[in-house]
Design a protein. Sequence first.
Length: 345
Amino acid sequence: MGKIQKRFEWLKYLFDDDYQVEENISDTDDPATDTTEEKINRSKKKKERKGIDDDDPISFRTATEPLTFQQIVYYIIRDLLYASGPMFSYIGITLLCIIIGYPLSGMMRYSFSEYLADRSNIMIAIGVVLTLRRLHKKSKKNGSTFFEDASLYRTNIQIKKIFMSLFFGAGCALFLSSALTLIPKVWIFGTYNENVNSIYQRYDILLTIIESAVLTPLVEEIIFRGYMLNRLLRRWPDLPALIVTTVIFSCMHGSSIWIMYAFVMGWIIGKISMIEGNILYGIFLHAGFNFPSVIQWFIYLVNPALLKTQRATDVFETIILGLLGLITSVLIYLIYRRSYLEKNF
């Protein structure tokens, strides 16, 4: 019985932040020898413990001794749950808006899939607003600010970098989309064009333009490169934090083809956000990735008849667009590297 209890002793990590493995407890850690002030602080910490204290010195970044396997497992689980909190809030609030909106929309006589095709955009938009409001109130309650927690700073903004971010993202999107279109229609690439065309056929165009150009880049960067990446960077080395954030971000995009696309996009945006220490440029970079789609949506808004007469872009046009995107993104990267990176590193 003693062996079994010792084997599962590490599970206490999951329920008590104050718990330490036996070898890390010194004689001075005995509660019986605590001063009155130490007892008050210990009691206060237990009462206020609703999450993870960012000032907690025990993490992968600050560990001064080799960690046990149990500690590693605990820190990974603890930090992932903590970092993913805003993402779960966004998913939960958005799903709740969609579910509640079904009976309130007056579309109960239609199927749920028809309701999603017709009204999901407005429900998602409401979910975005409610999520941002909740994050703002949560940060304020914790004695911080929404902008600090998300690394979204409005001072010392460089307009040149904003335009560079926007056009770099658009160039990358053109190149990646063209490359995926030209890849032989095998494996997960076989349905790329069908998936793209189905998106353009399903949703309200005006709301989709607003969502793709503004709401989606804003909320996803705040959640993934803002709250999630920030929380992991406080406790993890840069590379694991960026990899985990990018993987989670890409997996949120559904099918395999979009996961691959989102991984490349998320990695680039994450690197820029870490270099700049501000997700504002990442928001414009994300908007740039969506920009080609927004342009196509706008064309369909002006001329709805084109939705019914879509034609596949021929190979020559696809190659030209892909090369244009590649040249644009490479030139902007070289300018950014020469103007900013070489001066700072």
